[in-house]
Write a protein that binds this ligand. Structure first.
Ligand SMILES: *Cc1c(COP(=O)(O)O)cnc(C)c1O
Length: 462
């Protein structure tokens, strides 16, 4: 399988090159040349597989023979052995809904599903090509810890993660700084998340430095992350009772459009998803787009679901490319309009298409808290605030339509990662699972550093 850029200005590349490239070198996002499909019979065969076997079946369609089958099996096996349940992404029945728990990886958020695999994949490709890589990124919490846990202890690869000192949650800080492997560097920045991001951007803009240290990124635009996320939509189908499999709706709390784009891909591949319902918090650029056809940024505001506090969805361009029937010229024009004015209107015809692809709802903090409380009172199950935006969206849909059918809500984080929001909702924090309770006593290591590009460069240098 070859990979092309949404901007159409690079020669097609292999899967391996696409993974190492991250962002396409013409500024676009990488996508497979064609979307592989499964017949309904094949999908019912897939439904009999274990999670790693399922991942193998899906991945091979995207990788072709770029990676020998035995090697790929081994990479998948070791990635998902890091999860605390063999199902990897188990479905739970809660209040007439199915909750798909994506938080059984090492950092208890769904980003582990992709980053555990990406870490192993990077190591494998680098060893094969006898190269090394230095990953640099800024985090506000979840992505940084999942990336560190994906890369720790790997050969030929270092990771430098900048987090705002004292401004990430205690659990997130511990999850990052208690990793003492030699290839992990935690930099606590004297500043906020935006300062960290600015520093990382400036470092990447220094092409000489970037090349000298062979810098790379692990952000959500890497194709291997989307590919990894497609698998759990198939896994949800496999776990549904037979009579519920036909035409189910999936509800996805989203910020960067990564998770829901993976669901859209799964549907194009033939999975019989009836509807994809997107939930945003008060940072609602995506739900406004789906309900009005206008994609316009607004000031980002902090909410109880911080991993969705995003006003510029980095994966959105991938969907826009398909919406424009793969017309790279038209897409490039649209992206130029958006980056010039911060706003884009797609017109009637495309808007009609969007509305057949997605439904969307905006869920503010009071509604999020009310949902956590309601589900807890009814069932004893505790939702994390991100997942709660999705469950609230599902409930609104159920109120509107009596015959909605099966609904699967993706649970993106364990509630114990966000104890303050949970306590606000139900008057008590959730019970910490062993992985979080154990963090208390672990020694930590980080280096405090000025939010200054030269200072961070000097650190990497050393
Ligand atoms: C990253 C994250 C999200 C948003 O995922 P997208 O890929 O941006 O859609 C939602 N919930 C949690 C807990 C996250 O960490």
């Amino acid at each position: 399988m070859k990979y092309i850029s949404t901007r159409g200005r690079i020669e097609p590349v292999s899967f391996n090159q696409a993974v190492m490239m991250g962002l396409a070198s013409d500024g676009g996002l990488l996508l497979p040349e064609s979307i592989p499909t499964f017949s309904r019979d094949e999908i019912d065969e897939l439904a009999k597989l274990s999670y790693p076997e399922l991942a193998f079946a899906v991945f091979t369609r995207f990788i072709g023979d770029d990676i020998p089958a035995d090697d790929l099996r081994r990479l998948i096996q070791s990635s998902y052995a890091a999860f605390s349940t063999e199902l990897v992404a188990p479905l739970k029945e809660v209040d007439g809904l199915y909750i798909q728990e994506l938080f059984h990886g090492p950092t208890l958020a769904f980003k582990d599903v992709a980053l555990q695999f990406l870490g192993n994949l990077f190591e494998y490709l680098l060893q094969r090509e006898n190269r090394s890589l230095n990953i640099i990124g800024a985090t506000s919490g979840d992505t940084g810890s999942a990336a560190i846990h994906g890369i720790r202890g790997k050969e030929n690869i270092n990771i430098f993660i900048l987090h705002p000192h004292g401004k990430v949650s205690p659990v997130q800080e511990k999850q990052m700084t208690s990793v003492l492997d030699d290839n992990v560097f935690n930099l606590a920045i004297e500043g906020n998340f935006d300062d960290g991001q600015r520093v990382v951007k400036e470092i990447f803009a220094d092409l000489e430095f970037k090349q000298r240290y062979s810098l790379g990124a692990v952000n959500s635009i890497n194709w291997a992350r989307i590919m990894s996320q497609i698998v759990y939509y198939f896994s949800a189908y496999s776990q549904l009772p037979f009579e519920d499999r036909k035409d189910f709706t999936v509800v996805v709390p989203t910020g960067n459009f990564g998770n829901i784009f993976a669901g859209w891909m799964a549907k194009q591949m033939g999975l019989p998803i009836k509807r994809l319902l997107l939930a945003t918090n008060a940072n609602d650029i995506l739900s406004r787009f789906i309900n009005t056809g206008i994609y316009a940024t607004a000031q980002a505001q902090p909410t109880l679901s911080p991993s969705m506090d995003i006003q510029r969805a980095s994966n959105f361009e991938r969907y826009l490319y398909y919406l424009n029937d793969c017309d790279t010229k038209k897409l490039e024009e649209m992206m130029a309009v958006f980056s010039g004015s911060g706003s884009l209107e797609i017109g009637k015809e495309l808007f009609a298409k969007v509305q057949t692809d997605f439904n969307a709802t905006r869920v503010d903090d009071p509604a999020t808290l009310a949902t956590i409380k309601d589900i807890w009172q009814k069932t004893g199950y505790i939702l994390d605030p991100h997942t709660a935006t999705g469950v609230c969206a599902a409930n609104r849909l159920r109120d509107q339509e009596s015959k909605i059918g099966t609904i699967v809500c993706l649970a993106t984080a364990h509630p114990a990662k966000f104890p303050d929001a949970v306590e606000k909702a139900i008057g008590q924090p959730p019970l910490a699972p062993p992985a979080i309770a154990a963090l208390e006593d672990l020694p930590c290591r980080f280096d405090l550093i000025k939010a200054d590009t030269d200072a961070v460069k000097a650190y990497v240098d050393e």
